[in-house]
Design a binder for this molecule. Sequence first.
Ligand code: SF4
Length: 237
Amino acid sequence: MKKSGNTEKATSRKVRRRKETVREREVRAAAIVNRLGELFPVAECALVHHSAFQLLVATILSAQCTDERVNQATPELFRRYPDAAALAGSRQEDVEMLVKSLGFFRNKATNIRGMAQELVEHYQGEVPQDLDALVKLPGVGRKTASVVLGTWFGIPSGIVVDTHVRRLTNLLGLVTSENPEIIERQLMTVIPRDEWINFSHRLIHHGRRTCIARRPKCAECGLVALCHRVGLPPLPE
Ligand code: SF4
């Protein structure tokens, strides 16, 4: 059957790329890491925090929510409950009011209060620097634990895959999955361990500033020469 004009056009616009070898992908990933370092010399976590405890709280609150919204809610939360002891002694309804704008606020309030109580009971109010201990705390999964270990303690335990990292690493052609756990495993094979922490922070900043969801600014992107732009139409000549 004859293809419609639109189908022909779409087919002709597909970019056919030779499959990249593992070595080629490693070299390209290293170049992307270097370029991101030039584009974002300061790789800061987008969640505002002043202690490991505050980062842990903010990261739990950021589930299914933007960092910007979390940053709007946490100043008052941290003013009233600056540490684990204060939050452990809080009332559920008071905390719910403070995090109401973040969605799933009852669960989030329950989790951060429960987490604070566990810190007080078992860790003298301090955040443990241990992945296995962290993931046992209420509301703390592997991703949250990796954020805190990497960002505050400088311990690379994994690569944080949030919505930006998932989208950008697929566009870049570094991974071939939408599943965060598979993405993390694929990235860990090509990103050097000492870059795991900064890689995520920088990609998140890049996703906000340039590689914006549904309207990436490829023409002005500092990674364009290294990016496979998977699924996007070719750039105009
Ligand atoms: S070239 Fe385009 S798709 Fe690739 S990272 Fe840059 S903005 Fe995103």
